[in-house]
Design a protein around this ligand. Structure first.
Ligand SMILES: NC(=O)C1=CN([C@@H]2O[C@H](COP(=O)(O)OP(=O)(O)OC[C@H]3O[C@@H](n4cnc5c(N)ncnc54)[C@H](OP(=O)(O)O)[C@@H]3O)[C@@H](O)[C@H]2O)C=CC1
Ligand SMILES: O=C(O)CCC(=O)C(=O)O
Ligand SMILES: [Mg+2]
Length: 425
């Protein structure tokens, strides 16, 4: 496909055959720099990813990076009011894998989230966010090493579908009038209908099945002991409650799970290892206290979109914060994937070369592993561990280490990237 503003370098496409990603030695990969601190972070991160690949494969493999645009930079390149150019989506559809920095979403009015739009347009239905502690990272909890979870957040449904109307608009009035005429009992429950904004929360069986399937497959592939369905199904019975019921149903129908101790918990045999995988569920508010009090009891977590958003930041805090919280948005059927940090643009630090690039670097590590380039991914993990053990950290970890009276050297964002490269040797 011909692109207007995207300069596609020499390289080859990633393809998929029989459900297996086919990765050439010089894959063309897209990157979106991002807004706010995005450019600082990308400048620090790309050399780390390239160094890991170079070190692991001695020049045999190399990423053909291609800049693609979204957010403020898309405005500059494509003109005002273009936030997510169609050719950015076309490029990812064609080349399959990309990595992105954070993009700004205004609160209240203004544009809807470009991050969410990317996930919806490309149907990247699983937001995968591993939460693990790296030795030496300062944490507010006494046993951060007990936190080792992977969140599978549904990425295309729930209130993130963006179906909502502002209070007082003709659309909101029309919907409220419809409710009044057709569902008077439900309408009667709207406390202040004249001044209510209204939103719709779709959660479907298909959407739940494919997400829970991804979570169970992950537990099988990585020999993990449990999958917990986290929901608020006691209150939102036919959306979040249905998510739980469909999750259990899928485990039974597809994986042959059996009731455990009189249900609803279930157990299934890992077909790879023969080990047990417990399928359990928990109401979201309880889960938020359980992860602080008994984190070791949770491993893979599958949850609707909004819960997953809250949980990602809360769990990240337990292992040092969103400075070290990677993620990926994946469609496991088509192989399309966009890797991105859990954090946002952190605008007050923009241009200061100060923030922690670890979340994007570790998102890159996930991307390399996804490509099957495990040697390069492992080099990044070992360099990260070594650098943190040396006490060479960015401001976020530094301030906590100093408060704990621990020795630490304060590095800039770019310096932290360089330290990782040095520590790959
Ligand atoms: N996927 C995406 O692109 C996302 C985009 N956003 C968008 O980002 C914008 C800002 O959102 P906001 O709610 O402030 O959340 P942010 O995640 O941008 O930042 C919140 C706080 O987290 C800490 N933090 C964030 N990133 C880093 C980092 N790399 N290193 C160290 N600390 C970090 C900082 O804490 P401290 O102040 O304590 O130093 C920062 O002030 C909004 O427009 C939002 O919509 C938000 C989340 C995801
Ligand atoms: O799109 C946004 O601005 C926020 C997204 C977000 O918080 C997330 O994906 O975790
Ligand atoms: Mg979030």
């Amino acid at each position: 496909m011909a692109y207007k503003h995207i300069q596609v370098p020499e390289g080859e496409k990633i393809t998929i055959q029989n459900g297996q990603l086919q990765v050439p030695d010089r894959p063309i990969l897209g990157f979106i720099e991002g807004d706010g601190t995005g450019p600082d972070i990308w400048r620090a991160s790309q050399p780390v990813l390239d160094a890991a690949v170079e070190k692991a494969y001695g020049g045999k493999k190399k990423i053909a990076w291609t800049e693609i645009y979204a957010g403020e930079k898309a405005n500059a390149v494509y003109g005002e009011a273009v936030w997510l150019p169609e050719e950015t989506l076309d490029f990812i559809r064609e080349y399959r894998v990309a990595i992105k920095g954070p993009l700004t979403t205004p609160v209240g009015g203004g544009i809807r989230s470009i991050n969410v739009a990317l996930r919806q347009e490309l149907d990247l239905y699983a937001c995968v966010r591993p939460v693990q502690w790296f030795e030496g990272v300062p944490s507010p909890v006494r046993h951060p090493e007990l936190v080792n979870m992977v969140i599978f957040r549904e990425n295309t449904e729930d209130i993130y579908a963006g179906i909502e109307w502002a209070a007082g608009t003709s659309e909101a009035k029309k919907l409220l009038e419809f409710l009044k005429a057709e569902f008077p009992k439900a309408y009667g429950k709207i406390r202040f209908p004249e001044t209510a904004g209204v939103g719709i929360k779709p959660i479907s069986q298909e959407g739940t099945y494919r997400l829970v399937e991804a979570a169970i497959n992950y537990a099988i592939a990585n020999n993990l002991p449990s999958v917990t369905l986290v929901h608020k199904g006691n209150i939102m019975k036919f959306t979040e409650g249905a998510f739980r019921d469909w999750g259990y149903r899928l485990a039974k129908e597809k994986y042959g799970a059996q009731d455990l101790d009189g249900s609803p918990w279930q157990i299934l045999k890992n077909p790879r290892t023969g080990g047990d995988i417990v399928i359990k569920d928990m109401i979201a508010d309880n889960f938020l206290q359980q992860i602080l009090l008994r984190p070791a009891e949770y491993s893979v977590v599958a949850t609707p979109n909004l819960n997953g958003d809250y949980l990602s930041d809360a769990l990240a805090a337990q292992v040092g914060g969103i400075g070290i919280a990677p993620g990926a948005n994946i469609n496991y059927y088509t192989g399309h994937a966009v890797f991105e940090a859990t954090h946002g643009t952190a605008p007050k630090y923009a241009g200061k070369d100060q923030v922690n690039p670890s979340s994007v670097i570790l998102s890159g590590e996930m991307m390399l592993r996804y490509l099957g380039w495990t040697e390069a991914a492992d080099l990044i993990l070992s360099a990260m561990t070594k650098t943190i053990a040396q006490g060479r950290v960015t401001y976020d970890f530094h301030r906590l280490m100093v408060a704990e009276g621990r020795p630490a050297t304060l590095l800039k964002c770019s310096e932290f990237g360089q330290a990782l490269v040095e520590n790959m040797g």
